[in-house]
Design a protein around this ligand. Structure first.
Ligand SMILES: Cc1ncc(COP(=O)(O)O)c(C=O)c1O
Length: 471
C-alpha cells in the first residue's frame, strides 16, 4: 500500500449535501433473499429492486438529482422544434466542453450508433483505450473491428501508476500505420470504464490528439465520466493542481475533434446523452442519423425538461466538493477492502470498485465463474447487488464458440452518485471482509439456460451440485 498519494487514502469527508427527500429501503431476511434469488434464476438482473438493500449494479442513471435540477424540470419547453430548453442545454454544453455544434441523444449508445453509422464501413478499424461494450457493439454492428490499445499497466493489480487508462501511443501509431485508410476515427474513453474506471492523463490526450492529426484522423472522446477524469488530472498531476475543473475539461476537449456522452453518469441525470463536434460539415451529416434514430435535433429523444435538468447537472458535476465526495466514496470502499486483504483494482477508479473474483474464491475454477458466484453470495449475505465483469459477460468466442476464460473475473461494485452514504459503503466492505474469512463455502455456478446474445442479462444459473443445476 502506498503512502505516496495520501489523497487516495484520506477520502472520508462530510457529504457536501443534506438529505431532503428519502426513499426507504427494506432489508429482507436471508430466507427471503434465498427465495428471491431462486426465483431470479441466480441472475441478479432478474431481481426486483425492492428485494435489494444496497444496489451497486450500476452508476448509470441511478444517481440523485439536486433540488435545482428538480426545479429546472418545471422550465421544460416541450416544443417539438426550437425549444427554449434546447437552447439552455446547448449553451451549457458549449460552455463546459467547448464544442460549437451539439446534438442531443436519448443516451450514450444512440450517440454511438449515430457516430459509427456515419464514420464506418465494413472492414474498418476503430482504436480506443478500451471500448465500452455498447461502443464495441456499435462498431461491430457496422461490421467493423474494435481495437483496444490501452497501456499494459492496467492489467497490473499492484502498479501505482495514476493514469492506467492511457492509450499506448506505440500501439496506436502501429495501428495507424498498419490500417491507414481503414481507420476513419479514433476514440478515447475517459475514464476507462471497462478498465476499472481508471483515469487518462492530459498529456496522453494531447499526444493521442497529435498522433491522430499527424495521420489525418479525427479524435472523439467518449465522455461519460470525463469530468471525474478531469478531477483525477487535477489531483494526480502537479501541472494541473491549480487549474479549475471546467478549464481542465475544456483543455481535454481542445485536443479532440468531437465527443459523445452518456449523460447518465457525469450529467447527473437519469437519462440523456449528447454529441459535440467542431466541424459544421460533420454536424450536418450526424444530424441526419440523429433525426432517424432519436428524433429532431432540438430534442433527440429527450423531453425538454430532461434537457433542462441536464444543463444544471453538468455544472453541478464540475463542483470540486461534489467530485471530492464522489471519488472519495469509491476510494474509501477500495481502501477498506484492500487494507483487509481483498484484491481490488488500484489506484481507486472514478465510479466503481472491482474485486478480483478469482483471488477471493481461489477454490472455484474459472469454468465455474468465481466472480458471478461471489456476486450471488454477496446478495445472499448482505442484500447487496453487484455485477460480474468476467467470462460470463465476455460471452463465447465469435469463431470457436468456446467460453473465454483467459481474461479477468471481476465483481463490480458501481456506486450511484449522491445516493448512498459512507456508512452504507462501510456496510458493504464489512460484509465482504467477513465473507472472505469463509470464502471456501462459496460454491461455483453453472448455466441452467444460456441465451445466445448478451447472455449475462438473460441467462439462468444454478449452484454447482445443486438440484436446480442438475440438468
Ligand atoms: C464509457 C461508456 N460509454 C458509453 C456508455 C453507454 O451509455 P448508455 O448506457 O447511456 O447507453 C457507457 C455506459 O455505461 C459507458 O460507461
Amino acid at each position: 500500500m502506498s503512502d505516496e498519494h495520501p489523497h487516495w487514502r484520506n477520502t472520508k469527508g462530510p457529504e457536501p449535501f443534506y438529505i431532503k427527500s428519502v426513499a426507504p429501503i427494506r432489508r429482507i431476511c436471508r430466507e427471503e433473499r434465498e427465495r428471491a434469488l431462486a426465483s431470479a434464476k441466480y441472475n441478479l438482473f432478474n431481481l426486483q429492486s425492492e428485494d435489494v438493500f444496497i444496489d451497486l449494479l450500476t452508476d448509470s442513471g441511478t444517481g440523485a438529482m439536486s433540488h435545482y435540477q428538480w426545479a429546472a424540470l418545471m422550465h421544460g419547453d416541450e416544443a417539438y422544434a426550437g425549444g427554449a430548453s434546447f437552447e439552455r442545454f446547448k449553451q451549457t454544453v458549449r460552455d463546459v466542453f467547448g464544442f460549437e455544434h451539439i446534438i442531443p441523444t436519448h443516451q450514450g449508445r444512440s450517440a454511438e450508433l449515430i457516430l459509427m453509422s456515419h464514420f464506418l464501413k465494413p472492414g474498418c478499424y476503430v482504436p480506443n483505450n478500451i471500448h465500452f461494450d455498447t461502443t464495441a457493439a456499435a462498431v461491430q454492428f457496422q461490421k467493423a473491428i474494435d481495437l483496444n490499445l490501452v497501456i499494459d499497466d492496467i492489467y497490473d493489480w499492484n502498479s501505482e501508476f495514476p493514469f492506467k487508462g492511457n492509450m499506448d501511443l506505440a500501439k496506436l501509431e502501429d495501428a495507424l500505420k498498419k490500417y491507414g485508410d481503414k481507420i476513419p476515427l479514433v476514440c478515447h474513453t475517459l475514464t476507462c470504464n471497462s478498465g476499472g474506471g481508471q483515469a487518462v492523463s492530459l498529456q496522453n490526450v494531447k499526444e493521442v490528439g497529435a498522433l491522430c492529426h499527424k495521420y489525418g484522423k479525427p479524435l472523439f472522446i467518449d465522455s461519460a465520466r470525463v469530468i471525474e477524469n478531469a478531477y483525477f488530472i487535477q489531483q494526480r498531476d502537479p501541472v494541473y493542481h491549480d487549474w479549475a475543473i471546467p478549464a481542465i475539461t475544456r483543455e481535454i476537449m481542445s485536443h479532440a475533434d468531437g465527443m459523445w456522452m452518456s449523460a447518465k453518469k457525469d450529467g447527473l441525470v437519469n437519462i440523456g446523452g449528447l454529441i459535440g463536434v467542431r466541424s459544421a460539415e460533420v454536424f450536418d451529416a450526424l444530424r441526419m442519423y440523429g433525426i432517424l434514430f432519436d428524433g429532431f435535433s432540438t430534442y433527440g429523444g429527450q423531453a425538454g425538461r430532461d434537457l433542462d435538468a441536464l444543463a444544471v447537472g453538468l455544472y453541478e458535476c464540475c463542483e470540486e466538493d461534489y467530485l471530492q465526495h464522489r471519488t472519495g466514496q469509491v476510494a474509501h470502499l477500495t481502501c477498506l477492502l484492500r487494507d483487509a486483504g481483498v484484491r481490488t483494482t488500484w489506484p481507486p477508479g472514478g465510479h466503481a470498485v472491482y474485486v478480483d473474483g478469482r483471488d477471493f474464491c481461489p477454490h472455484i475454477p474459472p469454468e465455474q465463474f468465481p466472480a458471478h458466484a461471489l456476486t450471488l453470495a454477496l446478495y445472499l449475505e448482505a442484500g447487496v447487488r453487484s455485477v460480474e465483469i468476467g467470462s460470463i459477460l465476455r460471452g463465447r468466442h465469435a469463431e470457436t464458440g468456446e467460453n473465454q476464460y483467459d481474461g479477468l473475473d471481476l465483481v463490480r461494485l458501481a456506486i450511484p452518485r449522491r445516493t448512498y452514504t459512507f456508512t452504507q459503503m462501510e456496510y458493504v466492505a464489512e460484509n465482504l471482509i467477513e465473507m472472505k474469512k469463509n470464502a471456501g463455502n462459496i460454491r461455483g455456478v453453472k448455466f441452467t439456460r444460456e441465451t445466445p446474445v448478451l447472455r449475462h442479462f438473460t441467462s439462468e444459473f444454478g449452484w454447482v451440485g445443486s438440484a436446480e443445476s442438475a440438468g
